[in-house]
Design a protein around this ligand. Structure first.
Ligand code: HEM
Length: 434
């Protein structure tokens, strides 16, 4: 009863009225400028129950850090639950595809987590990331050819469509050893994967209207089905993620089943592409608005990496992450019942003045600048952090070096933004030459 499983998950954390931005907190105004709300929460209600979503918002750096470092008391089981209660037609679409996300990585609090984490760690190791620098540089240059061609033809170009959406996908498929599978499948290309990914993000981390949910569910189900066909081809002899998953054993010696293989692939593709693409879009937009900084990023060694780090601290793509209390617990002096769903405001912690002096100022290389929690911390800390950092540095440096006179078309604050429960980023970065 996979459909039932999804209903149970979503009803545990979903708001009472499904399908709309029920919480007064998650509005367009909040997405546009969340920092005053973060500051107010940290100051006056650092552990605050949001009545519309039922989520407990935790906003202070040290509270969030403590929760992340204690996955026994604060379990990760709810990290992939839909935030709204899904409609029956949407659930039917998912059930028809056998859609299920059993505990594997981010949502796995069981002893089996460590082995799977080691498995993905092998693909994302420091050595492999260093070896991927030439690939990312080549891809950046190839995408910049596209950008230049569009600038020449139309006078302007959207960097999201021409660069930041596809580049992390291409990197991801290469690193996970899935590129040949996409190339061999006539029905699937990067645009299809992007549609599937975007629909999955909105369905599980957004507030889609009920009428929109079946369409999103159909797309997420299509993604899941396609990954199922990959799982069927998973053999130990294969290089990359599928081969490692085929050879993997649970602590009790049993192999992964098909749904677990699909769940790992589903999460890895989303985690690797969406977050990184969004990070690149935010960084490029902010840097382009700074006329002094922009040309320096391509010229001054090390500056792009420091700027990327500062942006990850102040304006991370993954703004929140969830946990659930295993039993009665206390955070910041507030008593919580068992099963309390927590929304850790990662983006608020990066601007906590207790840790970051003058947090609103972007100061590349600031003291403690890498201590932000934007990649989490502890047992579930993001294993893709090194890859994401490398992509950020290479892309910022490459775009600035090749197009030092580029500038944003829209004035600051007028760029359209994606604002989901856990994801925030520009959906378009329109640029022209100055
Ligand atoms: C800017 C880009 C990225 C950001 C901001 C980000 C952020 C995060 C965060 C906050 C977590 C949860 C940590 C926790 O629960 O303590 C996480 C988990 C994870 N991320 Fe990332 N991530 C990014 C890129 C990537 C990439 C490129 C990959 C893979 C290629 C990846 C794979 C994962 C995986 C597999 C997990 C689950 C780890 C576990 O539960 O053990 N991420 N990420």
């Amino acid at each position: 009863m996979r459909g039932r499983r999804i209903v149970e998950h979503t009803s545990r954390t979903g708001p009472a009225g499904a399908g709309c931005p029920a919480s007064g907190l998650f509005t367009a105004a909040f997405t546009a400028d969340p920092w005053p709300v973060y500051a107010r929460l940290r100051r006056t209600a650092p552990v605050h129950r949001d009545p519309a979503t039922g989520l407990w918002l935790v906003s202070r750096y040290h509270d969030v850090r403590r929760v992340l470092l204690d996955p026994v008391r604060f379990r990760p089981d709810n990290t992939l639950d839909a935030v709204v209660r899904l409609s029956v037609p949407a659930l039917r679409e998912l059930a028809a595809a056998g859609f299920d996300l059993p505990p594997t990585l981010a949502n796995n609090g069981s002893p089996g987590h460590a082995g799977l984490r080691r498995l993905v760690g092998r693909l994302l190791s420091g050595g492999r990331v260093a070896a991927a620098v030439p690939l990312v540089t080549r891809l950046a240059e190839r995408h910049l050819d596209r950008v230049e061609a569009e600038l020449a033809a139309h006078g302007r170009c959207d960097l999201v469509a021409a660069l930041t959406r596809d580049l992390p996908f291409a990197v991801m498929l290469e690193v996970l050893g899935l590129r040949a599978d996409v190339e061999a499948d006539d029905g699937v290309d990067l645009a299809t994967l992007a549609r599937w990914n975007d629909a999955s993000l909105e369905l599980f981390w957004g507030f889609p209207e009920r009428s929109r949910q079946p369409r999103l569910a159909r797309l997420a189900a299509g993604f899941h089905r396609w990954l199922g066909t990959l799982a069927d081809r998973a053999e130990q002899a294969r290089p990359g993620l599928l081969g490692l998953l085929a050879g993997h054993r649970h602590p009790d010696g049993t192999p992964l089943d098909r749904r677990e293989i699909v769940a790992v692939c589903y999460f890895m593709v989303i985690a690797g592409q969406a977050t990184t693409g969004q990070m690149l879009a935010t960084m490029l937009l902010r840097a382009l608005h700074d006329r002094v900084l922009w040309p320096r990023l391509g010229r001054e060694p090390g500056l792009a990496a420091l700027w990327a780090e500062e942006m990850l601290r102040r304006e991370p793509p993954l703004t929140t992450w969830r946990r659930i209390t295993a039993g009665p617990a206390e955070i910041g002096g507030v008593q919580l019942p068992p099963g309390a769903p927590l929304l850790l405001l990662l983006a608020a912690t990066g601007s906590d003045p207790v840790v970051f002096d003058a947090p609103e100022e972007l100061r590349p290389g600031r003291p403690r600048g890498r201590e932000h929690l934007s990649f989490g911390i502890g047992r579930h800390r993001c294993p893709g952090a090194a890859l994401a950092r490398m992509e950020a540095e290479v892309v910022l440096r490459s775009v600035s070096a090749r197009l030092p006179t580029l500038r944003p078309v829209r004035p600051p604050g007028e760029t359209p933004l994606l604002g989901l429960l856990s994801f925030r980023a520009p959906t378009e970065v329109l640029v022209e030459r100055s």
